[in-house]
Design a protein around this ligand. Structure first.
Ligand code: 26Q
Length: 817
């Protein structure tokens, strides 16, 4: 007997259908006959909200009245993906929705497809935030996600006729958006600029301008927990009415300037990943959402109190800083406590340091945010004073801890130079209780390298929380066939809220019948993806080839170059006759990646991949053997289709560069095998699934460091491996640029003279592991046995486990009773 623990639906099919009819009539103003799938989508979403409303109230009441500390997850990005089906799943209404919609004469899939996903994030960090708020609600922990309601999310990617990336605005709010509830009555005022004056011995900030932060609330229903949390995204509105006088003088643009300035703050998500841009607007965005969120939390937890006892604040809510982007919250809370509520410095500092914790998501030094003090002074003069004072106090404290003057200098939060800078990671480390990395290796490197001086003196602050992903979206929704097979194999569906139960599948890897069922699931998923790729992109995939996927932001350190060079080498093998096409394992290579718009080499790599795809896919010599596809605009939706259909996943960053990775976890949980380096969470995935079920290659962190110290010369590797040489020469000789030898010259020059992430040094090892992979793939039963073992042993990578680690080791709080 299979034990089903899925959430009980609060609604019958008939009630759901009535609800849709009512919403169509009173919200959409259309009859059922007039309704389009888009109308039914809005109506259905409103029905779901309706049935979640009481649980939402109750969760908030219990949060404010209860004795459990809440969590505030401060993040500049939430990459949510589509809402409707996820909400239906978590609230237990999938079947009722499907039936009700069919009863009304619509296809459920058409209704689901209408939704435009909110792309309010760049990549891993934003998606992690979305997984975490799903897990918080599912565990029943009261929580707020706090962020920005960007008008334009991550750009929509297209390719031009030359295969170059084009960025188009993402008009995600052009149609009615039923999930975000705008609450004008809970808005907050956020101020900027001006000066600080002394009045009666007190510092008083006289700002120059203000914007209105209006919350847009999204319900975050937990899976089977009966709890509904809130994602509160702030939208910037102007207080300044438009200036009729100026307008009447025909100076139209000047008349709306103040609005434009204010509303620009939440207009656009910075499409950068890892390379910070020192832009004033970015700092305005950060302060905007953090200031609004802190004031909001005080409003929520001390309702109607003009003189609240804020020494209790850290027992009401703990704030997690998702990277350095919200770190301006530390001086802001100090300012609130001192200037708005009259606390002395020491009390304010004690409250503040107990309130915040900081998660670092990077190892690249250039990605650690640093702001010019001058910019902060102009935009937030009082905050800069407070930061300077924090710095002074901190330096004084350091003097009591060490005599090492050089070390103290290195640890300055505000640098001592002509144009001082504020190091946000240092401010976060000094101003909070805990600092964590996102995978074991990353946390070790943080302690040993990036924040070494801090870990020497404040070792207790440092900890690790390995990332995780939500099994609801990335297994149950993305891969219903595998979900059914898991439930059948385990005899229960409890694994959806206790993913370590997947371990129970381990013995079934020995059962050939089960392995064959698993193989059939994978094959059916590949056929589905083939149809999807045809429909959405016009691609012709062959589901009887190995599906080999590399999806992630395009970045040199992630080394899409390594993958494309190995593919070109294989192509060259066949073209030159070194390898007979008959001996080649048929493979479909699929890339998905957006590049930051200003990242020259990354954009050129996209162009190269597209042109390799064009040439290879049209070459009869390799037909049926080697195909390359690059579906544009990789996003959460595409991930949900592609991951379940993948046989082989690529996680091939240079060791020591990828903080964790979370795609790697999604693939392993969906039964793809991984080819990867010892980087980020790959290390832990390999430990858990077993070295024999993971294709490891490449240099380790220590080997990378040593090679760098000894002097790295990429040209040496080019000369030493004839296949590598053939591949790079093919890029140079115009094969992928209609004969033009200049097109990729900068990329080739970079490979041969700099190759910062040592792609060439790892090429030979990468090529030889690919041969091992092909040999194994020729034995489907053995391949799929290993795939089953990947699924069985990846339960640790649930974001529920990550959140439990945060609860136990950082937040020290627990679910509501
Ligand atoms: C900073 C300043 C100005 C403009 C943009 C930015 C910016 C924006 C986004 C800096 C960094 C990011 C995103 C970083 C990110 O996604 N990091 C990834 O986080 C994942 C979750 O922890 C990890 O799994 C990945 O390894 C890490 O690369």
């Amino acid at each position: 007997m299979t034990e089903i623990t899925a959430p009980k639906s609060p609604v019958t099919t008939a009630e759901f259908a009535d609800g849709i009819r009512e919403q169509l009539k009173y919200s959409q103003g259309v009859t059922v006959e007039q309704a389009t799938p888009a109308d039914v989508y809005v109506a259905s979403s409103l029905v779901v909200r309706h049935y979640l409303q009481d649980a939402w109230f109750k969760t908030q009441q219990d949060m404010v009245n209860g004795n459990t500390k809440a969590v505030g997850y401060l993040s500049a990005e939430f990459l949510m993906g589509k809402q409707l089906r996820n909400a239906l799943l978590n609230a237990g209404m999938i079947d009722q929705f499907d039936e009700a919609v069919k009863d009304l004469g619509f296809e459920p899939q058409d209704v689901i497809d209408v939704e435009h996903e909110p792309g309010l994030g760049n990549g891993g960090l934003g998606r992690l935030a979305a997984c975490f708020i799903d897990s918080l609600a599912s565990l029943g922990v009261p929580a707020f996600g706090y962020g920005i309601q960007y008008k334009y999310g991550i750009f929509e990617q297209a390719f031009d006729k030359d295969g170059k990336q084009i960025e188009k605005p993402d008009y995600w709010l052009t149609n009615e958006e039923p999930w975000g509830h705008i609450d004008y009555n809970r808005s907050q005022k956020v101020s900027f600029g001006g000066e600080v004056v002394e009045e009666n011995g007190k510092k008083v900030w006289k700002p120059a301008w203000s914007v209105r932060a209006v919350p847009v609330d999204y319900m975050v229903p937990g899976y089977a927990s009966g709890r509904v949390n809130t994602l509160r995204l702030w939208s910037a509105k102007s207080y300044d009415e438009f200036d009729l006088l100026t307008f009447n003088k025909s100076e139209y643009l000047d008349a709306v300037k103040p609005q434009v300035k204010a509303e620009n703050i939440s207009k656009i998500l910075y499409p950068e990943d890892s390379t910070p841009q020192g832009k004033a607007l970015r700092l305005e965005q950060q302060y905007f959402f953090v200031a609004a969120s802190l004031h909001d939390a005080i409003r929520v937890f001390y309702p109607g109190q003009s003189k609240p006892d804020l020494t209790t604040f850290p027992s009401k809510i703990t704030f997690q800083l998702n990277d350095t982007h919200p770190v301006i919250g530390i001086p802001e809370l100090m300012r609130i406590l001192i200037d708005e509520y009259g606390y002395d410095w020491d009390t304010a500092w004690s409250i503040t340091t107990k309130t915040f914790n900081y998660t670092c998501h990077t190892l690249l030094p250039e990605a650690l945010e640093v702001w010019p003090a001058k910019l902060i002074s102009e935009l937030l003069p009082r905050h800069m004073e407070i930061i300077n004072e924090i710095n002074e106090h901190f330096l004084a404290e350091l003097k009591t801890k060490t005599r090492d003057k050089a070390k103290i200098e290195r640890m300055r939060i505000v640098t001592d130079e002509e144009n001082p800078k504020v190091r946000m990671a240092y401010l976060a480390t000094a101003g909070g209780s805990h600092v964590n990395g996102v995978a074991e290796l990353h946390s070790e490197l943080l302690k040993d390298v990036t924040l070494r001086d801090f870990s020497d003196l404040y070792g207790d602050k440092f900890t690790n929380v390995t990332n995780g992903v939500t099994p609801r979206r990335f297994i149950r929704l993305a891969n219903p066939r595998l979900s059914a097979l898991i439930t059948e194999g385990l005899g229960t569906d409890k694994w959806l809220s206790d993913l370590e139960l997947l371990k129970g599948l381990e013995p079934l890897a020995k059962d050939d019948e089960f392995v064959k069922k698993f193989a059939a699931v994978k094959q059916a998923n590949k056929e589905d993806f083939t149809a999807y790729a045809k429909r959405e992109y016009g691609f012709d995939l062959d589901p009887n080839t190995m599906f080999n996927t590399m999806v992630k932001r395009l970045h040199e350190y992630k080394r899409q170059s390594l993958k494309i060079l190995a593919l070109i080498a294989k192509y060259a093998d066949i073209k030159s006759g070194r390898v007979s096409a008959d001996d080649v394992l048929p493979r479909t290579v699929i890339f998905g990646a957006k590049s930051a718009p200003g990242y020259y080499l990354a954009k050129m790599t996209i162009q190269l991949i597209n042109n390799v795809a064009r040439v290879v896919n049209n070459d009869p010599d390799v037909k049926g053997k080697l195909h390359v596809f690059f579906p544009w605009n990789y996003n959460v939706r595409l991930a949900q289709h592609l991951i379940p259909a993948t046989d082989l996943d690529e996680q091939i960053s240079q060791a020591g560069k990828e903080a964790s990775g979370t795609g790697n976890m999604k693939f392993a949980l969906n039964g793809a095998l991984t080819v990867g380096t010892l980087d980020g969470a790959n290390v832990e995935i390999r430990e858990r699934v077993g070295a024999e079920n993971f294709f490891l290659f490449g240099m380790t962190v220590d080997e990378v460091d040593k090679l760098y110290e000894d002097g790295y010369s990429p040209a040496k590797y080019y000369e030493a491996d004839p296949r590598l040489k053939a591949a790079i020469d093919m890029v140079s000789d115009g094969t992928f640029s209609n004969g033009d030898r200049n097109t990729y010259a900068p990329l080739v020059a970079d490979w041969l003279t700099k190759d910062w992430f040592m792609t060439l040094a790892d090429f030979t090892a990468y090529s030889s592991i690919q041969s091992e992979i092909e040999a194994l793939y020729r034995d489907p039963l053995e391949w799929n046995r290993k795939a089953v073992l990947n699924v069985a042993n990846s339960g640790y990578f649930s974001s529920d486990r990550s959140i439990q680690d945060y609860l136990d080791n950082i937040w020290h709080t627990s679910p509501l009773a």
